[in-house]
Design a protein around this ligand. Structure first.
Ligand code: PCD
Length: 806
């Protein structure tokens, strides 16, 4: 019957393709305890490793006594640097062109540094063995302040580099100096500063913090001596790169290494780098011939793997009296800890910090970054941001506020008059980027209208009157942010990690019955790739998303890719997915034309089928075409229906957003309560609006944590003061406010489906927004800058310092 023929809308809906809020297919497993994380892996005869760690931040290691540990029942081996040295594995290369000790080689440079690896028959015996190892240390003077580290008589931290005046990123001018990275025009910027009507200057500190995913880092190494094959399961955000690195440093041929990232319980940049635990589990497996598991505990995670931020950003911003910005100057001192283990593309030692001109049309700018060694843990990862983008966004969004104060202007208006205009895209920034697309004014107006900005300001003024009149002890702060991100590394010509170009990949195989499997070079850590990438394929080739299996993370099966971080999966692997889909579609078109006995050009794609142009009743569905690909001998066409795409993006994508936060601050307790948080994101074409909303909620909550309490703090002796979740702030549902989300859609002109990344945006935009709200509350009392995190104590101190407690 005619009305049984599905309508176009029904056929589209049936695909659950791009734009649909398809439910996450992963959650069937995750919500029923069927996830398979590294610590769930149990192999026959598996052994366990645990680290002896340094209690000192800087000390010479004279002797390591292992005899007592070897007597502990179950302990099989205690590995030290001396054991690794003959294998050349006592040091390993970092992603930043530096090298790092796997196990303490003569000295330790941060508290919690790995000193020895105890291998035992179970986790508890390994821990007992760790207790029984005695290490003789000779304490050395500690430097935790990057400015003091650069003083002439500062202690020499990296003795291994003594006398080396050339580093991986150019000359070193001091024994604790790593590199200086300069971008933009220094002389021109200084000239602008000298001539400007107004120059605002401020030191903006983005404190040290740490990603803390639910699952900590870990690995299981299994060396099969019979086949010569090493299998390595681990919490890897970049499994293929790990395989290549393991091959290069161990000498095991790459085809004999299989790296598997099983389910990952959150990454947030913490799982990008290579850690001592991975190396030690591999070595221990080779030595013992047994599988060896290493999983760090929470304290080890907070103390030793991948910190984030720790940037001291000295800024100057120049403008005309009317508020038109004429120049931006920034000098950053970057505290990298004991080793430069930052995870950035090779040519970018300070990541994408040069996106610090933000959303504004700033004609002249200069940025210099000095990387410095201190006695703190190494890392410097992109904790929910694309390589230092969050530092850049925090810097410019604070500088805008500081300038607004100096000009005595409304900060929303100051932003508006400086935004890059829609017609200026593609826009070349003064610090070297080509922004692909944007429509900032539209987003800004939508945001201000949505929150009723003028009314909020009126209410705030009234509340200030009441405060001054003694009628209330609460102040209201309105935080504004307009951020621009840069995600999707990314052009192979600019971006590589350890020489590996940052393309990504997707392979799609259509089965005879019309369902499919797709494999990608990326790896989900909770983002929902199995859901969203199937949606791209569904729309591209007309097979329902529910009929497509997605696989990532097994280097024996997945095509080579650079992994998931820096919100690069959608911009790069998502593009590869669309391109692989298009290759399949092109072949399907030939098959359809053959079946319909017309010329290739006489059929056209229609949702889930090819139809004869002008005769829509004559068609072949993708299901029929798939079967024909395996069942018919078609002249000039190979059997089968599959394709692979390795995608090298022509540019990065530049998502943006307008965020507004309203805070109520109790000046007597220092408590800050989020009354309202509005987040408008523009990530170009949206694949799954529900997943995007979830990404925004998660990223905003991490932003709340960072801005309002989360910090890795050290005392003068280099003791980590926040190595437990008692001291390191993780917001629960209690502290987490409601978020209002919104969007505009400005597609990327170069991405095959117009999509930009979104996973990191809420963190990048959220941190300055919360922080600006705190500052805004105190603006009438003369506050221009106070350092994050804005916990109750610091807010109370700020209020106190402004004389509000008298
Ligand atoms: N999307 C859609 N649409 C659009 C975009 C996007 O839908 N337009 C979606 C996708 O598909 C996915 C998501 O969303 O699913 C995301 O995406 P992206 O942005 O592209 O990103 P990816 O690459 O995928 O991922 C990454 C990110 C990052 S970077 C981070 S931090 C975080 C985020 O992601 N992490 C995480 N998110 C998340 N989530 C979860 N759940 N978990 C996790 O871990 Mo780094 O650098 O690493 O730091």
């Amino acid at each position: 019957m005619k009305d049984e023929v599905p309508t176009t809308e029904e056929r589209v809906a049936n695909l659950k393709g791009m734009g649909s809020s398809r439910k996450r297919v992963e959650d069937v497993r995750f919500t029923q305890g069927r996830g398979n994380y590294v610590d769930d892996i149990k192999l026959d005869g598996m052994l366990f490793g645990d680290f002896v760690r340094s209690p000192y931040a800087h000390a010479r290691v004279t002797t390591i006594h292992t005899e007592e540990a070897m007597k502990v029942p179950g302990v099989l081996a205690v590995i030290t640097a001396a054991d690794l040295e003959p294998l050349g594995l006592h040091w390993m290369p970092t992603l930043a062109g530096d090298k790092q000790m796997v196990l303490a080689d003569g000295k330790v440079l941060f508290q919690g540094q790995e000193v020895a690896f105890v291998v035992a028959t179970d986790r508890y015996a390994a821990a007992d063995g760790v207790e029984a190892v005695e290490v003789d240390y000779e304490e050395l003077p500690v430097v935790v302040d990057p400015f003091k580290a650069m003083e002439p008589d500062a202690p020499v931290l990296r003795e291994d580099l003594e006398g080396q005046t050339e580093g991986a990123h150019g000359p070193r001018r001091h024994h604790n100096h790593i590199f200086t990275w300069e971008q933009g025009d220094k002389d021109a910027t200084e000239a602008v500063m000298a001539e400007a009507d107004v120059v605002a200057e401020e030191m903006i500190y983005y404190h040290r913090t740490h990603p803390s995913p639910l699952e900590t880092c870990g690995s299981v190494a299994s060396m099969d001596k019979v086949t010569g094959k090493l299998t390595l399961w681990g919490t890897f955000q970049a499994p293929h790169a790990i395989r290549t690195v393991v091959s290069l440093i161990s000498g095991i041929a790459e085809h004999n290494i299989r790296v598997i990232s099983p389910d990952i319980g959150g990454g947030f940049g913490n799982k990008v780098g290579a850690y001592a635990g991975y190396v030690c589990s591999v070595v221990a497996s080779i030595v013992t011939g047994k599988p060896v598991k290493w999983v760090e505990d929470r304290m080890e995670n907070l103390m030793s793997t991948a910190f984030a931020r720790d940037y001291w950003m000295q800024g100057k911003i120049a403008a005309t009296k009317e508020g038109k910005i004429t120049g931006l100057w920034c000098h950053t001192t970057a505290d990298h800890g004991g080793f430069d283990a930052c995870a950035d593309p090779t040519k970018f030692p300070a990541g994408f910090m040069n996106i610090c001109t933000g959303s504004y049309d700033i004609p002249t700018a200069y940025l210099a970054v000095d990387g410095v060694y201190t006695n703190k843990a190494p890392g410097g990862v992109a904790y929910r941001c694309s390589f230092r983008v969050t530092e850049a966004a925090y810097f410019i969004e604070r500088m805008i506020e500081v300038l607004a104060i100096k000009l005595n202007m409304d900060a929303a208006e100051l932003r508006r008059i400086n935004f890059i205009k829609k017609e200026q895209f593609p826009y070349n920034s003064a610090l070297g980027w080509e922004y692909d697309s944007g429509d900032y004014h539209t987003a800004w107006d939508k945001a201000l209208n949505a929150v009723g900005y003028d009314d909020l300001r009126a209410e705030q003024a009234q509340q200030l009157e009441d405060f001054k009149a003694g009628k209330t002890r609460r102040l209201m702060g309105i935080g504004l942010t307009h951020f621009t991100e840069i995600v999707g590394a990314g052009p192979v010509k600019n971006c590589d990690i350890l020489g590996l170009g940052m393309f990504d990949s997707c392979e799609i195989r259509i089965h005879p019955t019309g369902s499919a499997i797709a494999r990608l070079g990326t790896i989900s850590q909770g983002q929902g790739h199995a859901t969203t990438f199937a949606q791209i394929i569904a729309s591209e080739i007309g097979i329902p998303a529910d009929d497509i299996t997605l696989e990532e993370g097994d280097t024996d099966t997945a095509p080579y890719g650079l992994g998931t971080y820096g919100s690069r999966s959608t911009p790069v692997a998502g593009a590869a997915t669309a391109m692989a889909g298009r290759k399949i579609k092109a072949k399907a078109q030939m098959i359809a034309a053959y079946l319909l006995e017309v010329h290739d050009d006489d059929v056209e794609f229609d949702v889930d089928r090819f139809v004869v142009k002008g005769a829509p009743e004559r068609f072949k569905t993708m299901k029929e075409i798939a079967f024909a690909a395996y069942n018919q001998a078609i002249p000039g066409v190979e059997p089968g229906l599959e394709a692979v795409s390795y995608y090298d993006p022509p540019n990065m994508t530049y998502p943006f957003g307008a965020y507004i936060c309203v805070l109520d601050i109790d000046v007597d307790t220092g408590e800050a309560e989020v009354r309202k948080f509005y987040a408008l994101d523009d990530c170009g074409t949206r694949i799954n609006p529900m997943i995007i909303e979830g990404q925004v909620h998660g990223g905003l909550t991490e932003a709340l944590a960072i801005a309002m309490g989360q910090e890795i703090a050290y005392d003068e002796m280099g003791n980590n003061k926040s190595a437990t979740l008692m001291d390191f702030f993780i917001p629960t549902s209690w502290e987490t406010p409601n978020y209002e989300t919104d969007h505009t859609t400005t597609p990327s002109p170069h991405h095959p489906i117009g999509a930009k990344g979104v996973g990191e945006s809420p963190n990048v935009g959220g941190v300055p927004c919360f922080s600006n709200a705190v500052h805004d509350a105190f603006r009438p009392f003369g506050l221009t800058q106070s350092h994050m995190p804005h916990d109750h104590w610091r807010i109370w101190k700020t209020a106190n310092g402004l004389g509000l407690h008298s």
